[in-house]
Design a protein around this ligand. Structure first.
Ligand code: SF4
Length: 512
């Protein structure tokens, strides 16, 4: 077939009905192309809910485009023979022989390389367009980062605030300060959080039910469960989820953003990261909604600033870091850690209560909030010396909001320090004392967070002191971690020997 001008590719995480890919779309000369391929679910061993969310949102998006009477080629998973996106695309390029392929710049280095290779092989020009779901273009980040030996989110965030005017007044930050970390690190009282507002739930409709059945049928051995699947899968639902967060949880989001509580997977978190990453929701609308809540007195500045910091600061920052540091970031291993990921990361079957709860909710919902990901699973993986790439693949597989540009910097850079502190000033390691302070996990655990060795010792605590012991010299030289090393120096040699011996036993009994 000839005569096609643009074959417009819409990837699974580009579900924006006003995407730059469709600027100037002419239904008489152009076609939309979308494909579901099993290879994307197997690239990492994806959670069923993650597969289902992508497919359900893609199918809803295709419906939106078809409702415009636009020609849409949608390759359903069960209706074509292709395992990989490249194979499906090659067949369509051979069939249509378009003048060019148009696509918004992909969010993943691997997919970008695949598109470039596929188009080159078909001798078809590839036109990449800006992803408007970011507030900064990749080149703009590169130019901010140029010449800086260290990339620090705080500097970037202030620059973004000034540049955008968001939460700024007369050139100064609203409220007279850039952050409210002191107010935003509260833990819950002994009785736990006050009754929590249930987040808005989106019952699967006909399209989503069909997808859930398909996923159970095609990926039966994959991790996770689908029974609780209620994620937003359309732009309207994503907007409703945002509104629900702003009205009911934003006011206390900042105060309790680092707190954890057993059996409470959502607390005051937004539950919009998946919608943002699939491009069902724009960061601009999320920020505007939070600013509006501040103006109307519905949420305090500390909460609003804490939320905007995540969207305007952290989200843009890690995306910039990803493109700057890939592909090397994917194989970074600063500490030369090579231990295999324990099998119980896929089942949650461990006596460590904090890990059991965090992994358990991850398998049930495809979700854990950021402090669970950083200070429970990430902290443990770093302390236990698990190979960073295996940990990164696990995160990419099990969270519904996981796309590589988010996960690699967050996991490899932030949680595991695998890139040697490229954008963090210290490894985020903590003992059981931290977990005890910020949650009720330890009260329900058979281990004691205060014990450094012995059968009842908390593995986090043992491995924490062992980590400090192993890296004492480096930690001593870093002003942000000197105190950790000094605290170790207060322990006598016998105590340090006992910690080393118990840590060795723990590490050797981690299941492969
Ligand atoms: Fe986790 Fe240790 Fe606390 Fe148990 S005692 S919940 S293993 S931090």
């Amino acid at each position: 077939m000839t005569g096609l001008r643009n074959l417009v590719l819409v990837l699974g995480d580009q579900l924006d009905a006003e995407s730059a890919a469709i600027d100037g779309f002419d239904p008489a000369r152009d076609r939309i192309w979308m494909a579901e391929v099993a290879g994307e679910a197997r690239h990492v061993w994806s959670h069923k809910a993650r597969i289902a969310l992508f497919l359900a949102a893609m199918r809803h998006h295709a419906e939106t485009l078809r409702a415009r009477h636009w020609p849409v080629d949608y390759l359903r998973l069960d209706e074509h023979p292709f395992e990989r996106l490249a194979e499906a695309l090659a067949a369509s390029l051979a069939h249509y022989r378009p003048e060019r392929v148009v696509c918004v710049e992909p969010g993943e280095w691997r997919v970008l390389a695949m598109l470039q290779d596929s188009c080159a092989a078909a001798d078809t020009p590839l036109e990449l367009r800006t992803d408007r779901h970011f507030m900064l273009e990749r080149e703009e980040f590169a130019s901010w980062a140029r010449g800086r030996t260290q990339l620090r989110m705080e500097h970037f965030y202030r620059w973004m605030r000034k540049r955008s005017g968001i939460l700024m007044e007369g050139g100064q930050p609203v409220g007279g300060t850039w952050n409210f970390d002191k107010e935003n690190r509260a833990n819950f009282k002994r009785s736990g959080p006050d009754p929590l507002p249930a987040p808005r739930s989106f019952a699967p409709d006909r399209i989503t039910v069909e997808v859930l059945e398909l996923v159970e049928r095609r990926f039966p051995g994959h991790p996770g469960q689908l029974a609780a699947f209620d994620w937003p899968v359309t732009e309207a639902q994503a907007q409703a989820a945002l509104t629900d967060f702003i009205e009911h949880r934003l006011p206390l989001f900042g105060r309790y953003q680092d707190a954890m509580w057993q059996g409470e997977p959502w607390l005051y978190h937004a539950r919009i990261s998946a919608a943002l990453n699939l491009k069902l929701l724009t960061p601009q609308s999320a920020i505007a909604a939070a600013e509006n809540a501040l103006r109307e007195g519905l949420a305090p500045l500390a909460s609003v600033e804490g939320f905007i910091r995540q969207v305007l600061g952290w989200r843009e920052f890690i995306r910039g870091v990803y493109w700057r540091d890939m592909p090397g970031l994917a194989s970074a291993n600063h500490f030369s850690h090579h231990r295999a990921l324990p099998q119980w990361f896929w089942t949650g079957e461990t006596p460590m209560n904090c890990l059991r709860d965090t992994i358990g909710q991850t398998l049930k919902f495809g979700y854990a909030h950021h402090i669970q990901r950083l200070m429970i699973t990430g902290n443990f993986a770093l302390l236990a010396g698990i190979e960073p790439r295996q940990v990164a693949d696990w995160y990419l597989a099990v969270y519904v909001d996981a796309v590589e540009w988010v996960e690699h910097p967050n996991v490899l850079g932030m949680a595991l320090f695998a890139n040697g502190g490229r954008f963090t000033s210290k490894p985020y390691v903590a003992s059981g004392a931290y977990v005890k302070r910020m949650s009720n996990y330890c009260a329900n655990c058979r281990f004691s967070p205060a014990k450094r060795h012995g059968p009842d010792a908390c593995p986090f605590t043992t491995l924490y002191w062992n980590f400090i012991d192993r890296h004492r010299q480096t930690l001593l030289a870093n002003p942000r971690t000197t105190l950790m090393a000094r605290n170790l120096d207060r322990l006598d040699e016998a105590e340090r020997q006992a910690i080393r011996a118990h840590a060795a036993v723990l590490m050797n009994t981690l299941e492969p």
